[in-house]
Design a binder for this molecule. Sequence first.
Ligand code: SF4
Length: 350
Amino acid sequence: MLVPSNARPRYEHLLDLQPRLLRDSEESKHNRMMLRGARGIITSGIARNYVDEVLAGHDEDSRLHIGRYPLPVGLIRAFVDHCDEILIIEEGYPFIERHLCGLLGIPGKSIRGKLTGDLPRTGELTPDWVARALGRPYVGAQLPLSDLAGRPPQLCRGCPHADSFKAMVEAATGLGDAYMFSDIGCYALGVAPPFRAVHTCVDMGASISMAHGAAQTGAHPVLCTIGDSTFAHSGMTALLGAAYANANMTVIILDNSTVGMTGAQDTLLSGEQLLAAVRGLGVDPEHVFAIEPFPRNHEANVELIRREINHRGLSVIVPQRPCIHTKRKGVGRAATLTCGVSCRGTAVNT
Ligand code: SF4
């Protein structure tokens, strides 16, 4: 248990371990060095495969592949001593290159990589980029993609979130510059036209806490959208805080009865259980509503959402309608959605 009296000696222990970890790394079979010509190539991860593919058996370069950390300083020093010119090829951030060059580089050695612009800092590392950096001919797979129209991801046709977003955006129209926060799930695609109902999205559960922060500054209207499974995963603590403060905001929990984005797994909270959890967290039951986001209910839903936006305090509105894939497969907890919604399909206060 890392109480301070344990944490201090454990950190000393961690520091004491470093020389042994470094020794293990120097001797590891995952850090492989071959000294040949004066040009050296240092790789990590998939970059080794790309270099193998591009060089296609031309083995005149020296090679060092780093597959185990901490960085094997002894191996790297021997490699740098042997080579005049070094190309560092790694995915993502130029981690090895930055460590090797430090602030001032190594006098007398040409070290190239992402920091020198020989490889791109952004985008995917590909064999084509590696070939260019190595000055080798390489013809990758030629796919006729350039003629295809761009197809940005969007909500499925018939997705219940579309009707929720339409109602929400229309309800907020004319009430000033609305702040709309959202969360991790299919509904993050509400950022795209025609909805433009997501202004920011950070991490699981942050929609409610960001909205709460905005409401505390006096911003209005403040709305946030979060799915049922994300709410159960990490939105509940934020709602507890917002309920305690009776924050002036409208939380819309999109209950599609499943974890839609990752393939329709069961959700932890849906239907009446979700509504009970919302009330249990301290939200005033007078301002907890379940609605059915169908086109036939659009006007009524807009009216309800607008009324709750204008309520000076916290409201929670739960549009209940299963993801179309859950419905098709007959999986998930769609049956629970009938709870809390009137048989005429109009919104009911829960
Ligand atoms: S998977 Fe379901 S929730 Fe996700 S966009 Fe498609 S219909 Fe909507």
